[in-house]
Design a protein around this ligand. Structure first.
Ligand SMILES: [Zn+2]
Length: 228
C-alpha cells in the first residue's frame, strides 16, 4: 500500500503534512537493527516483541536475498510499526509503516514480505516514480511481484505466496477502498459516525476525487495517538 499525494493534499505545505507522522515517530519506542531505525508505537513489552519479529524478518531478507536487503538499507530510513491497515510508505520521511497487529499475528516470512513490498515503493519513489492515480495499479502490482519474488527463494512459502496473489483480486488502493478502511479503523477506535464523516468527508464516488487523502490516511492514526 502507499499514501496517495494527489488531490487537495498537494495544496498543503509539505512540512505540515509531515508533522503528524513526525510526532508519531517521536512518540514511538526506538530500536536499532543493523543500523536501521525500527520504531514501535506500543507499550514496552509488546514493543520488544514486535521488534524481535522485525529482526527475524530483516534477518530472513538479509540471509535469503542480500540484494533486496541492500536495497532496503539504501532507500529506507526507518520502519514504523503502528495501528494501520496493512502498510504504507511515507516518502518524505523515507519510512515504511506496517500494521502492528499484522506483525504480532504473522510469521517472520509474512512480515518480511510486507517489508519488501513497502521498500519497493521506496525504491520506485527514489527512481522518480510518483504514486498518482494513473500509476498506482501498476505500482502495487510491481510491489506484490517483488514480495513474491523474495518469498519464492524460501521453502514452505507457497501459502504466503498464494495469499499475496489473492490480494490482487480486490484492489485495496482505490479511493473507495481506502475510505472504507479508514472509516472501519475509526469505528474500531470508538469514533462516532458524525466525527468519522467530519474527518474523512463524504465517501468517494466514481469520477469524483476524494477531498483530502492525507486526512483519510492519518485520521485513524492521530485518533489512536490521542487515545494513548
Ligand atoms: Zn503497496
Amino acid at each position: 500500500m502507499h499514501n496517495n499525494k494527489e488531490s487537495t493534499a498537494a495544496e498543503v505545505p509539505r512540512a505540515v503534512r509531515s508533522l503528524p507522522w513526525l510526532i508519531i515517530v517521536r512518540l514511538a519506542r526506538s530500536f536499532r537493527y543493523d543500523g536501521l531505525e525500527i520504531r514501535v508505537f506500543e507499550e514496552a513489552d509488546e514493543a520488544r516483541e514486535v521488534f524481535l519479529k522485525a529482526s527475524d524478518a530483516l534477518g530472513l531478507i538479509a540471509d535469503r536475498d542480500p540484494a533486496d536487503y541492500r536495497r532496503i538499507r539504501r532507500h529506507v530510513s526507518r520502519i514504523l510499526f503502528m495501528s494501520v491497515s496493512g502498510g504504507l510508505y511515507v516518502p518524505r520521511l523515507r519510512t515504511c509503516v506496517i500494521s502492528i497487529d499484522y506483525a504480532k499475528r504473522s510469521t517472520a516470512l509474512d512480515v518480511a514480505m510486507m517489508i519488501v513490498h513497502e521498500a519497493t515503493h521506496a525504491r520506485l519513489w527514489s527512481l522518480g516514480c510518483r504514486y498518482t492515480r494513473s500509476a498506482q495499479d501498476w505500482e502495487e502490482r510491481t510491489c506484490v511481484k517483488a514480495e513474491i519474488a523474495f518469498a519464492s527463494k524460501i521453502s514452505d512459502s507457497a501459502q504466503s505466496i498464494a495469499r499475496t496473489q489473492n490480494l490482487l483480486s480486490e484492489p485495496w488502493w482505490t479511493d473507495d477502498a481506502k475510505y472504507l478502511r479508514s472509516a472501519d479503523e475509526l469505528g474500531r477506535l470508538g469514533c462516532p459516525p458524525w466525527l468519522t464523516r467530519l474527518l474523512l468527508g463524504r465517501r468517494p464516488t466514481k469520477g469524483r476525487p476524494q477531498v483530502c487523502d492525507t486526512s483519510t490516511s492519518l485520521a485513524p492514526r492521530l485518533l489512536a495517538a490521542c487515545q494513548r
